[in-house]
Design a protein around this ligand. Structure first.
Ligand code: KG4
Ligand code: ZN
Length: 362
C-alpha cells in the first residue's frame, strides 16, 4: 500500500463530514518546534506538492546551541513568507485547502507558539479545521512520504536531538514506549561529543563527517546498558569518556578524527544492539528509523545489515525528511484530520507532550 492509500484507509474508517466531502484533501503544514522554520503542502491523492525549510543554524552558531528567544523571533520573520512561497510552488490557493496543520509540541514553547498562532489563525481565516500535530508522530509517520511505506504494525527507533526511543507501533497513533534514554538523547551525545572536539554547532553531522576519515576502534568508549536486560539507553557516560580522551593528549588531527569515529561507533553500536533486542522481544518484522540521527549513514548501514540478517525490513524517510521538516507534519496532520482530530478555537502548544497520550487513529 502506498502512503497515500494508508491515509485513505484511515479516512474510510470514520464518517466524513460535509466539509471533507466538499473539499479536496489538501493540507498546509507549519513546523516551528526548534530551529527550523518549515512549511509544506500535501495532497492525499498526489502526495507532497511542495515543501520548504529555513534553517536557523547560522543564527545560533555563535552561541554554540539554540537560543530559544532568537528562534521564536526568527520564526515570526520567516514563517509567513514561507507559507506564501510554498503555496505558490504547490500551485495551491487557500480555497483548495481542507485544513491547516501545525506542530503543537513537544519543543521550545515560544517557537511552538509562533507556528501554532499562525496555523490556527490561518485555519480560522480560511474557514477550515486546524490540526495540532505531535512532532514525534510527524517523525514516526515521515516514511509514509516514501514510495515504499512501512507496514503496520512495526517497531520504531526514534532518534533525535531530544529523544532516543524504541516504540512498538501497533497502528498509526497507537504507540507503546518500550525503551527510552535515562539521560542524554542519541543526538545530544553526537552534539556534545562534537562540541568537546571543537566542532561547530550543530555537531552531529559534522562529527559524522570527521568520523568518516578514521577507523572507529581506536578508543573503546562505553556501550552503556548493553550488559543489562531491557531496552533503556544512557549516553551521558560517553560524554565523560570523550572529554577524558580529549584531555589525555594533544589533540592533533588524527586523534580528533579517531575520537570522533570511536564516539560514533559507540553510539551506533548501542542503538543497533538494543534495536535488535527489541525486534526479538516484539517479534515485529519491520523497523522504522526516524528522527535526525536517522540521517547518519553509518547507523543506516549497520541497521540495514543487522536487521536484514535478523530477517526483518528497515524503512527510513529520505535523508532530508529525517531532520525537522514540515512534510512529515503534513502527513501526520492529514492522518489526524481523516481520523477527525481537529482543534477548537484556541491557540494551544505544549513544551512537554508524552507520545503515549495520543489517541490511536483506527
Ligand atoms: O529530529 P531532529 O532534526 O530535531 C529534533 O527533533 O531534535 O534531530 C536533530 C539531531 C541533532 O542532534 C543532530 O546533531 C542530529 O539529529 N543529526 C545527526 C546527523 N544529522 C542530524 N547525528 C548524527 N549524524 C548525522 N548525519
Ligand atoms: Zn525533530
Amino acid at each position: 500500500m502506498t502512503g497515500a492509500r494508508i491515509l485513505e484507509s484511515l479516512g474510510r474508517k470514520r464518517k466524513s463530514t460535509v466539509h471533507f466531502l466538499s473539499n479536496p484533501m489538501r493540507i498546509l503544514a507549519v513546523e516551528s518546534s526548534c530551529d527550523e522554520s518549515a512549511v509544506a503542502v500535501f495532497d492525499a491523492a498526489r502526495g507532497l506538492l511542495a515543501h520548504s525549510i529555513f534553517s536557523q543554524v547560522e543564527l545560533h552558531r555563535l552561541y554554540g546551541g539554540v537560543v530559544p528567544e532568537l528562534a521564536s523571533r526568527d520564526h515570526v520573520r520567516k514563517l509567513v513568507p514561507l507559507v506564501r512561497t510554498t503555496l505558490a510552488e504547490a500551485a495551491t490557493t487557500p480555497e483548495s485547502l481542507a485544513a491547516v496543520a501545525y506542530t503543537a509540541g513537544p519543543g521550545l514553547i515560544g517557537a511552538l507558539l509562533t507556528g501554532a498562532a499562525l496555523g490556527r489563525s490561518l485555519a480560522y481565516a480560511w474557514g477550515v479545521p486546524a490540526v495540532a500535530v505531535h512532532h514525534l508522530e510527524g517523525h514516526l509517520l515521515a516514511p509514509l512520504l516514501e514510495a515504499k511505506p512501512p507496514p503496520f504494525p512495526h517497531l520504531a527507533l526514534l532518534v533525535s536531538g531530544g529523544h532516543t526511543m524504541l516504540i512498538d507501533v501497533a497502528g498509526p497513533g497507537a504507540y507503546q514506549l518500550l525503551g527510552d534514554t535515562r539521560d542524554d538523547a542519541a543526538g545530544e551525545a553526537f552534539d556534545k561529543s562534537a562540541k568537546l572536539l571543537g566542532l561547530p554547532y550543530p555537531g552531529g553531522p559534522q562529527l559524522a563527517e570527521l568520523a568518516a576519515t578514521a577507523p572507529g576502534d581506536r578508543f573503546k568508549f562505553p556501550r552503556p546498558m548493553l550488559d543489562r536486560p531491557g531496552l533503556e539507553f544512557s549516553f551521558s557516560g560517553l560524554k565523560t569518556a570523550v572529554a577524558l580522551a580529549v584531555q589525555a593528549a594533544p589533540l592533533d588531527a588524527a586523534r580528533r578524527a579517531a575520537i570522533a569515529a570511536s564516539a560514533q561507533a559507540a553510539i551506533v553500536d548501542t542503538l543497533v544492539r538494543k534495536t535488535l533486542r527489541a525486534l526479538e522481544q516484539t517479534g515485529r518484522a519491520a523497523l522504522v528509523v526516524a528522527g535526525g540521527v536517522g540521517a547518519n549513514l553509518v547507523l543506516r548501514q549497520r541497521l540495514h545489515e543487522s536487521v536484514a540478517r535478523y530477517g526483518a525490513d528497515v524503512y527510513y524517510p529520505r535523508i532530508e525528511f529525517c531532520t525537522d521538516n514540515a512534510a512529515m507534519i503534513a502527513v501526520a496532520g492529514m492522518a489526524r484530520l481523516r481520523a477527525g482530530c481537529t482543534e477548537p478555537l484556541a491557540i494551544r502548544a505544549r513544551a512537554r507532550w508524552p507520545l503515549t497520550e495520543l489517541e490511536p487513529m483506527s
